[in-house]
Write a protein that binds this ligand. Structure first.
Ligand code: ATP
Length: 303
């Protein structure tokens, strides 16, 4: 398992992470979420051994992960890290990039492995294209495939689908995360996108103010978000009488003691998000159709 013990770190005297402790079991998918600047990428870099820790320890199984003070070359063979920068070889093809770390000793095996990974990231049509001629999203897919090439035991992904268009994103996510589960590869994903988390993460960890403020399954955190910060990750919500209710828990009815005035309707795909004024504050209600601004509505909360 991966084990972080009392990890603290700052780039200057100011701490970015303070006494962070957690474990991830082998084969598990853990998502790291938190506002921009909360330290998600920093945490991945510390797990990778990119920096020396000020305090604390990181272990993968029995191996202690050490930083540049102890390792001439950063990183370990059992771990791959896909950064937001990709770090590819622009003047060689997709196939060559993916195969970069694969032995040329068994050429047939090498070719089969490259073909398999080209399929996983759905880049069959671009296998022979030079990376410099690819779009940002295609480059991101090459970086993912290259990280998988030598079958790491643990994979660190920083916003892994951020450059990929919505047409491809869903199927690519399923393909990658299915591959990782099938091969029992432990995976840690820093993300802003709830879709990277909901159907795939075994657990999610929430960073705030240098600390872990929650670590639980997506289902439990969704059902019982405890803090507005956590609820906001999942969608539009309302804080009413110190409780958190998602917009989908609010229902417009004929008569109720709760009354509000419609301010705006936003098209949301399979529903509309109604913004309304209640007790001089904005609330959000999911509804099947748009409503006129200024309309008086009654609503209920479905627990
Ligand atoms: N190389 C660096 N040198 C100095 N400060 C840094 C460096 N990298 C990050 N920081 C600072 O550390 C804090 C955490 O940054 P980090 O990139 O880990 O956040 P993040 O949660 O990944 O953000 P985002 O969601 O925007 O990618 C920020 O305040 C950032 O400005």
């Amino acid at each position: 398992m991966l084990h972080l013990k009392q990890v603290s770190f700052g780039y200057s005297k100011v701490k970015v992470l303070d006494s962070v402790n957690f474990k991830v079991n082998i084969g598990e998918n853990l998502s790291i979420i938190g506002e921009s600047g909360s330290g998600k990428s920093t945490l991945l870099k510390l797990i990778y051994g990119e920096y020396d820790l000020e305090e604390g320890e990181v272990f993968w199984k029995d191996t202690q992960i050490l930083g540049p003070k102890y390792n001439l070359v950063v990183g370990y063979d059992f771990m791959k890290y896909v950064t937001q920068e990709f770090d590819l070889m622009p003047f060689t093809t997709v196939e060559e990039n993916i195969g970069k770390f694969l032995s040329r000793f068994y050429l047939k095996k090498r070719k089969e492995r490259i073909d398999e990974l080209v399929k996983v990231v759905e880049l069959e049509a671009y296998a022979k294209t030079k990376v410099k001629n690819l779009s940002g999203g295609q480059k991101q897919r090459v970086a993912l495939a290259r990280a998988l090439a030598k079958q790491p035991e643990i994979l660190l992904l920083d916003e892994p689908f951020s450059h990929i268009d919505n047409f491809k994103k869903q199927s690519l996510r399923r393909s990658i995360f299915k591959y990782l589960k099938k091969h029992n590869i432990t995976c840690i994903v820093a993300t802003h996108d709830k879709n990277d988390v909901l159907g795939f993460a075994d657990e999610m960890l929430v960073l705030h103010d240098k600390k872990i403020i929650a670590k639980d399954s997506p289902q439990n955190l969704y059902k019982n978000p405890k803090l507005p910060l956590i609820a906001s990750f999942f969608g539009e919500f309302n804080s009413i009488d110190n409780s958190i209710y998602y917009a989908c828990q609010m229902k417009i009815v004929e008569h109720s003691e709760f009354k509000a005035i419609v301010k705006q309707s936003y098209f949301n795909g399979n529903s509309w998000l109604i913004e309304a004024e209640y007790n001089s504050e904005s609330i959000f209600i999911e509804h099947h159709k748009a409503l006129s601004n200024g309309l008086s509505i009654d609503f209920e909360i479905i627990e």
